[in-house]
Design a protein around this ligand. Structure first.
Ligand code: NAP
Length: 286
């Protein structure tokens, strides 16, 4: 029997339907969630991402502001804008599209975003809250990974989850979220010895390394849930994951495709975070 394919696009559409209804309910209470996206410079991929975020806000009835700033914007000017947005009551979420031009200190900018409006979940205080189990806005891609697993009917509690990759934006927060869901978690990285053996013990295997098709069926226990976070551009322009999809089709129990797996979940979780932030700002139960 082949793997059950986890259709991220479908699950994402289902969640967006739920979010649309939440926005309607909030509007009935005179609350309109608002998201500000800040783009500095002309990076083509960033422009596409920002465009999709704006479009999704409009589809869900979320108020959206996009601040498109020239590449030569100074750090001080950007920090002044963040300060204004932190104090603007129509804005519940602030997202600064990364990467920023080299002359701007990314950390200083992320740290300046008010934690209540940190819809990317990258602020050190958000990371700390997640770690100690306090309320926080969760980083979008990792939160999307957890939703995909849960909505596929997989119970995370008690399972052995292996995360390959330990970046601050994917690997580490995915591991923390799996721990919070009561999985037993192992984290692998580029210095891990015997990774194949470790990965093979996983009931849930999450891969986020940025290496095209690096993980094949030799790393997968029969029946395991395999979540591929990787997005790699092939020479022919097509996208491929970090997991060798074809090789794992027979071995895995559940498998995400690329594209159409984790990818569509990221913006959906950003919208969900904006709605959560709006509720908290207005004292409405989350
Ligand atoms: P990253 O910052 O480059 O981190 C890669 C991690 O993988 C590092 O921890 C590295 O280990 C580890 N690694 C690299 N090669 C390895 C190997 N051969 N064996 C074991 N571990 C290895 O990447 P990232 O930002 O986490 O992104 C990972 C992938 O996810 C990329 O393809 C990216 O495009 C994709 N991504 C997708 C989304 C989305 O779906 N929306 C969002 C974000 C990222 P060390 O720490 O030891 O160097």
């Amino acid at each position: 029997m082949g793997a059950h394919i986890i259709e991220g696009k479908k699950i994402s559409e289902q969640i967006r339907g739920e979010l649309l209804q939440e926005v309607v309910n909030l509007k009935a209470k005179n609350v309109v969630p608002g998201l500000a996206v800040v783009l500095v410079g002309e990076d083509p991929a960033s422009k596409v991402y920002v465009g999709s975020k704006e479009k999704t806000c409009i589809e869900l009835g979320i108020y959206s502001e996009v601040h498109r700033l020239p590449a030569e914007t100074s750090e001080q000017e950007l920090l002044a804008l963040i300060d204004r947005l932190n104090n603007q009551s129509t804005i519940n979420g602030i997202l600064v599209q990364l990467p920023l031009p080299k002359h701007i200190n990314e950390k200083a900018v992320i740290d300046a975003i008010s934690v209540e409006k940190d819809v990317d979940g990258f602020h050190p205080q958000s990371v700390g809250n997640l770690t100690i189990g306090d309320d926080s806005l969760l980083p979008c891609t990792p939160a999307g990974v957890i939703e995909l697993i849960k909505r596929s009917g997989v119970d995370i509690a008690g399972k052995h989850a292996v995360v390959i990759g330990r970046s601050n934006i994917v690997g580490k927060p995915v591991a923390m979220l799996l721990l919070r869901e009561n999985a037993t978690v192992t984290i692998c990285h580029s210095r891990t010895a015997g990774m194949e053996e470790i990965a093979k013990q996983a009931d849930i295997l999450v891969v986020a390394i940025g290496r095209t098709k690096a993980i094949d069926s030799r790393y997968v226990k029969p029946g395991a849930v395999v979540i591929d976070v990787g997005i790699n551009r092939l020479p022919d322009g097509k996208l491929a994951g970090d997991v060798d999809y074809e090789s794992c089709l027979e071995t895995a129990g559940y498998l995400t495709p690329v594209p159409g797996g984790v990818g569509p979940m990221t913006i959906t979780m950003l919208m969900s975070n904006t709605i959560t932030a709006a509720k908290r700002a207005n004292g409405i139960e989350v």
